[in-house]
Design a protein around this ligand. Structure first.
Ligand code: SOE
Length: 385
């Protein structure tokens, strides 16, 4: 008989939907050492959380996250709430001895992230921050190839861009992601955090940074109502935008590689456009999330007359995560990145040993975010603290 793991998920909007799907699917595709029960879903508004419970397949609903965190039958707390509540919920969950999966960015600032790391270390609970893009098979393959030396023994460049356009219309309302008191930062913590995580994963730790941040639209209509995903309806009165709309920065990794990153929600036509290029002493890798089943690889050791980027269709059973999915060429999508992540997390919970990215990675990420912010504010180069 497999052990049963009861999950309590706090929050139920866009990420709540992605996470619920992953909890439902992980055990159906991966041979997991435990059975997952979608026990309790939690949110502030009774009618909405009940509707989400029915739609997303949870057994019960609650409007009190403390009750869920302290429920002795719950093994895992999954945090998908806006950023300002991550720390309080995660620290309480650690004190209650639960394994914790938390959406990114881990906290609002370095101090909060430090407190979260201290709490999970003190309680010795399994913890993970949900940087789902690490477990795109093409990205996991890139990691394997870099480790095996496919790019050579030296990485020269990490170039990454995360571009979206969902707030490019100045009439798009002031949702929580545009309010610093709830989100901490804007594009920076929301999506730059992802390409920082991928840089730390694929290339290494970042040493120093020099950044530029901008808020193009400083006043927006207040929110009338929220739709699904990232959609929202504007009201008549307006309010101040208190976060960045775009950020770009350069930096240096501890291993000497140069970093060049840009994150924006003002790139019309770019929807969830994560592009990476990594150049090393023996070759290059390139990736585009909007074509996420492919990885481009250039090997400078190929015969001179047939060198060129190879287009690897990352769908073979021999590629990371893919023996759990479909036959070759039967491509996967966004939701699978969460399922792959949660499968690894469930194994970690059963083994009692965290898998990356842990809360410590979330803290390291926040230190980079914070150094870039400081640099943009002071117009200076900053060391990553
Ligand atoms: C909104 O920008 C968002 O949903 C982010 O919060 C996610 O982390 C990103 O992966 C997709 O876009």
């Amino acid at each position: 008989m497999k052990r049963k793991l009861n999950v309590g998920m706090i929050g139920y909007n866009f990420m709540g939907k992605a996470h619920s799907n992953a909890w439902r699917q992980a055990g159906k595709f991966f041979d997991l050492p435990a059975e997952i029960e979608l026990k309790t879903i939690c949110g502030r508004t009774e009618s909405s959380v009940e509707a989400a419970r029915k739609q997303l397949g949870w057994q019960q609903a609650s409007t009190d996250w403390r009750e869920v965190v302290n429920d002795p039958s719950i093994d895992i707390i999954d945090i998908t709430t806006p950023n300002d509540s991550h720390a309080e919920i995660a620290i309480a969950a650690a004190q209650a001895g639960k394994a914790i999966l938390c959406e990114k960015p881990l906290g609002m600032n370095v101090a909060e992230c430090e407190a979260m790391v201290a709490a999970v270390e003190k309680a010795n609970v399994v913890n993970m921050v949900c940087h789902n893009y690490r477990r795109i098979p093409a990205i996991a393959l890139a990691k394997k190839m870099i480790e095996e030396g496919a790019l050579g023994d030296r990485i020269y460049h990490y170039r990454a861009r995360y571009a979206q356009d969902w707030i490019a219309d100045p009439k798009f309302p002031l949702v929580w992601r545009l309010q610093a008191k709830i989100s901490g930062s804007g594009t920076h913590g929301d999506i730059d955090a992802h390409i920082i995580d991928l840089g730390r994963y694929l290339v290494g730790e970042i040493d120093e940074v020099c950044g530029l941040m901008e808020t193009f639209i400083k006043e927006r209509p207040l929110l009338e109502s929220t739709g699904s995903g990232l959609s929202a309806e504007a009201g008549k009165t307006t309010g101040e935008v208190t976060v960045d709309d775009a950020v770009s920065w350069i930096g240096r990794f501890k291993n000497g590689a140069m970093a060049n990153l840009e994150a924006t929600r003002f790139a019309y036509g770019r929807k969830n456009h994560i592009t990476l290029e990594i150049n090393g002493s023996k070759g290059s890798l390139a990736f585009n999330f909007e074509d996420m089943n492919r990885l481009q690889y250039f090997n400078a050791e190929d015969p001179a007359d047939r060198r060129g980027f190879r287009d690897i269709l990352v769908t073979e059973g021999s590629h990371p995560f893919l023996n759990a999915w479909w036959p070759p060429g039967h491509i996967i999508g966004y939701e699978h990145t969460f399922v792959n992540t949660f499968a690894d997390f469930v194994k970690a919970v059963v083994e009692g040993k965290s898998v990356q990215p842990t809360f410590a990675d979330g803290l390291a990420n926040e230190r980079v975010l914070s150094a870039v912010e400081k640099s943009a504010k002071n117009r200076s180069w900053e060391k990553v603290g």
